[in-house]
Ligand binder design. Structure first.
Ligand code: GLN
Length: 545
């Protein structure tokens, strides 16, 4: 007999950005803690086929999966909370769904039928959800529907949920993560916006099986009772998720509220008693980490104001936190706008900021804005012996800096910025030339996990504790090996390379407490219980400083 598979849809009510991703991931975590096999699917309602072509300021971080999909940052939440690899099958967008339907139609895959938005589009969505469940052999698949109910663009996904619930009601639940405002002028929690969200769900033919109430405060008993009557949801199926200091306490909060018990009961799952020891230990270690370590992240922020910065670099931030907590330190992240390190008065202020740091991190990036500031940050770290970690662009720009100031190649650059530079220390990868000529930009970078060999005697080798590793990538440019000899002669070691020896993957300075750049994105592999070795090495060096 085929294994029974169950599905929990999570939709959002009232407004976006209330933590649907963390709620979905936390539900996954408390189910996994009961010995169930869990996976999670994210549906993004936009037409883009993947998140790779979107501006991170607008959309947040692009999270790269092991198999090379450019996805939404929530996939990162799932990986961190579930400690499972989440793959291409776990991610879909409206664009991706329509593309498949149209391609199937062109291949006569519908056998001459009229292909219609309903049911063919939701059927494609359902097929994809089931494929993910099967691929991961999941008992429970959590499906997060991006956006908020009532938006025109997620109607077809709600329709997919409805169709699945009608076909197998015993195997499908729908939860609503909704916002309960406490307006300061009124001073009390309001339930009406969520009541409207539930009505909207109702008009899509769905009665939510449970509601997770996000708010600054817990939802009190009278309000739960009121909601129950208004929304036809039992009071014990309304769960409070008030603001907490760390997202990693959400699984425990949800467990205490009874979410795990109710979901198991409703789906009639055979599950063990929940074992949340790891989560408890993690939260305790976060609380006990008092002594700060100050890490500056030099990025591009100006265009987003203060609001999106943490989203664009979320995996980097989490990686710094995981490493710091694991050694009892409180991560203090200082945002440094690369533009502040470029010229004039702002630069004086920028340098003041750099001076106070224990470590400097330059994350990935694209394009010319802020590049000179990032190059300056690398130079400052190198010259002042401040621990430096460069991720992808941060590695490439550290190479540019080294070429300019140590090898004295004045105009050295990456050809991404200056295509006619006399010293192209970073240049387009061979395989990319043709793609760029054909304007083939979508999903065409060097993406996903690649093997890397580590040089004996290097710091990288010591930190990883292995001679070969796998890291995820997302780039078009690479270190130009014509400069390899000159770099090594002056003390910049290529300590990691692709198995065929053609690509420089990790660089490190010999005479420096910690100066390392990696062409990869190690931030995608850090987990709260397993900090990434490079981040750990970096934070330890920062503390020694
Ligand atoms: N822009 C650089 C490249 O394409 C670096 C990319 C990145 O940091 N992810 O190679």
């Amino acid at each position: 007999m085929a294994k029974r598979r169950t599905f929990v849809f999570i939709a959002g009510g009232v407004m976006s950005g209330v933590g649907k991703g963390v709620a979905s991931a936390s539900l996954g975590a408390i189910l996994k803690a009961r010995g169930l096999k869990v996976t999670a699917v994210k549906i993004d309602p936009y037409i883009n086929v993947d998140a790779g072509t979107m501006n991170p300021v607008e959309h947040g971080e692009v999270f790269v999966t092991r198999d090379g999909d450019e996805t939404d940052q929530d996939i990162g939440n799932y990986e961190r909370f579930l400690d499972e690899d989440i793959l291409k099958v776990n991610y879909m967008t409206t664009g991706r769904v329509y593309l498949s339907v149209i391609q199937r139609e062109r291949a006569l895959g519908y056998g001459g039928k009229t292909v219609e938005v309903v049911p063919h589009v939701p059927q494609e969505v359902i097929g994809r959800i089931q494929a993910a469940a099967k691929h991961h052999d999941a008992d429970v698949t959590i499906i997060e529907i991006g956006g908020t109910v009532g938006e025109y663009q997620n109607v077809l996904f709600l329709e997919a949920a409805r169709m699945m619930q009608i076909a197998t009601p015993e195997d499908v639940l729908v939860g609503l993560v909704s916002y309960f405002p406490v307006p300061s002028a009124i001073g009390e929690m309001k339930t009406k916006p969520t009541q409207y969200a539930v009505r909207t769900l109702n008009s899509a033919g769905i009665r939510p099986d449970f509601i997770i109430g996000r708010s600054t405060h817990p939802i009190d008993e009278p309000r739960k009772q009121k909601m129950a009557i208004q929304c036809s949801v039992h009071p014990e199926d309304i769960f409070s998720a008030p603001d907490v200091r760390s997202v990693y306490s959400v699984p425990q909060v949800m467990e205490k509220e009874g979410l795990g018990v109710q979901v198991v009961k409703k789906l009639k799952l055979r599950a063990d008693k929940p074992d949340l020891r790891y989560w408890k230990k993690l939260v305790a270690s976060i609380e006990h980490s008092q002594k700060p370590v100050r890490i500056g992240i030099v990025g591009k922020y100006a265009a987003s104001g203060d609001f999106n910065l943490s989203d664009a670099y979320i995996s980097v931030i989490e990686s710094v936190k995981h490493a710091a907590w694991s050694i009892g330190r409180k991560p203090e992240i200082v945002w440094i706008d690369a533009g502040d390190l470029e010229n004039g008065k702002r630069k004086v202020e920028g340098i003041k900021q750099l001076r106070k740091l224990d470590g400097i991190l330059v994350p990935g990036g694209f394009g010319s804005r802020g590049v000179e500031g990032k190059i300056f940050a690398a130079q400052y770290a190198r010259e002042h012996k401040i621990p430096y970690l460069g991720l992808c662009y941060g590695m490439q720009l550290a190479c540019v800096e080294f070429a300019r100031h140590v090898l004295h190649h004045k105009g050295a650059n990456t050809t991404e910025i200056d295509p006619t530079t006399t010293h192209p220390v970073i240049h387009l990868m061979n395989e990319q030339e043709e793609k760029m000529k054909n304007k083939s930009y979508g999903g065409s970078m060097r993406l996903g996990a690649y093997l890397c060999r580590l040089k004996a005697g290097s710091l990288a080798r010591k930190l990883y504790g292995e001679s070969a590793i796998e890291e995820r990538h997302r780039h078009r440019y690479e270190f130009n090996s014509d400069y390899r000899k000159a770099f090594e002669e002056k003390g910049m070691m290529i300590s990691g390379e692709s198995p065929d020896g053609t690509l420089a993957e990790i660089i490190e300075l010999k005479k420096h407490p910690f100066f390392m750049g990696t062409q990869a994105h190690p931030e995608f592999l850090s987990r709260p219980f397993k900090p990434h070795p490079l981040f750990l090495g970096f934070i330890k060096a920062a503390i020694r400083k």
